[in-house]
Design a protein around this ligand. Structure first.
Ligand code: ADP
Ligand code: GN1
Ligand code: MG
Length: 366
């Protein structure tokens, strides 16, 4: 698809001359560009995104969440600045369209939004040090904490997003349909997942029994969804807010374990490189609790180690489902890409299982 970015950005309240737009980031869902404007001789950057409306069916409601959440956090940061004027904490800031709404749609139905580029910070697909893991997890923990007193319930931008048994049911449906004729090649992966069937409903069941509480959560806490400040090394801004909605905080912590503990890429094909590094787990746990420890109750806290395993299994299930359905959901770059991603997740589940007792002991001791 050929998108004329100069035309797209002309619909947003940005002053100055358009200079260039370049594709940005490594996300699997939306299309992202960094756009440069010349404003009186100074070059300023913005992020423009085309929201994937096959995935996010109600993008206007999504943007309503987005604005509520970012305004709430902006107020927190303003408050914090009174006692700590040099804080480097930031939040995404929407640039409205000329019409005043926080998005613009073209005639073909493409849905665009724009926000201010956060300078002097970057994301890491693979974390390099436990210090970074601590900071990134602290930022996500604080994010949940900041939203704990948000009034009213947010829209569910994707219903049942982290309903693991529903994800398993979708996989079983994809197995039955086998639309892409790929079932014969995934026997070991399927066996691995089905052997863990009972565990898939553990958190959802506890929620139904009233043991776990719904909170306002991020739901996509891949560690490349937090910007790390170049100057201070702090997790300074949580991004990718499309799935911020009611959920269990465990899935947020779990996704940090999934994406922050392995030294291998999410689609690594050499599975011997995939391993849960305990030191990174410890840093994530300590970092997350530094932000979220204030509101988690003992039952919630005791299930954090399990959440790392559960969401890694869940994302493995989703990659396998998409592989069987013919790669219709996640962006792929090569044949078998989703199957490679699935195998990486399952290798990580295995590594977590091998270290699970120690993971639990650590969580109990904090
Ligand atoms: P996706 O849903 O495709 O993952 P993201 O919202 O995470 O999209 O954005 C993709 C990438 O763009 C991020 O990983 C980050 O590197 C970069 N990015 C997004 N928003 C900003 C921003 N406001 N400032 C700087 N970089 C950003
Ligand atoms: C997608 O958008 P991105 O790349 O940050 C996906 C997440 C998965 C992740 C796996 C809306 O996240 O749920 O965990 O890929 N987002 C959506 O890498 O499905
Ligand atoms: Mg992202």
């Amino acid at each position: 698809m050929n998108i004329e970015l100069r035309e797209v950005v002309s619909h947003f309240r940005i002053y100055g001359e358009f200079v260039i737009a370049v594709p940005f980031g490594t996300g699997h869902i939306n299309d992202t560009w960094q756009v440069t404007f010349d404003q009186g001789g100074t070059l300023l950057h913005y992020i423009v995104q085309r929201v994937n409306t096959n995935v996010f069916r109600k993008p206007e409601a999504l943007m309503e969440n987005f604005v509520r959440v970012t305004e709430h956090i902006a107020a927190r940061i303003r408050e914090e600045k009174k006692s700590n004027p040099t804080t480097r904490r930031r939040t995404l800031e929407v640039v409205p369209a000329h019409t005043g709404v926080p998005y613009w749609r073209d005639d073909a139905g493409n849905f665009f939004r724009c926000y201010v580029f956060v300078e002097q910070a970057r994301t890491y697909d693979i974390l390099e040090t436990p210090g970074q893991a601590f900071q990134a997890a602290a930022a996500f923990g604080r994010f949940q904490c900041d939203l704990a007193d948000l009034d009213g319930r947010l829209h569910e931008t994707i219903p049942d997003f982290h309903n693991t048994p529903a994800r398993l049911a979708a996989l079983e449906q994809a197995v039955r349909a086998d639309v892409a004729g790929r079932l014969a090649g995934v026997g070991p992966e399927l066996d691995f997942i089905l052997a863990r069937r009972e565990e898939c409903s553990r958190l959802i069941d506890l929620q139904a029994q009233g043991e776990l509480t719904e909170r306002c959560t991020h739901n996509d806490t891949k560690l490349n969804n937090v910007l790390i400040d170049d100057l201070t090394g702090c997790g300074c801004c949580v991004i990718d807010l499309d799935t911020v909605m009611p959920g269990l905080p465990h899935y947020d912590f779990g996704d940090m374990v999934r994406t922050g503990t392995s030294p291998a890429a999410e689609d690594e094909t050499d599975l011997s490189l995939v391993t849960m590094r305990f030191g990174m787990y410890e840093a994530l746990l300590r970092g997350y609790l530094s932000g979220a420890g204030k509101f988690l109750n003992p039952v919630e806290k005791s299930l954090l180690p399990f959440s790392g395993k559960l969401i890694t299994l869940e994302i493995g299930i989703r990659f396998l489902t998409d592989y069987l359905e013919g790669d219709v959901y996640f962006k792929t770059k090569r044949p078998g890409h989703n199957l490679d991603r699935c195998r990486t997740q399952l290798a990580l589940v295995r590594s977590i299982e091998m270290q699970f007792d120690a993971m639990r002991r650590l969580a109990d001791s904090l």
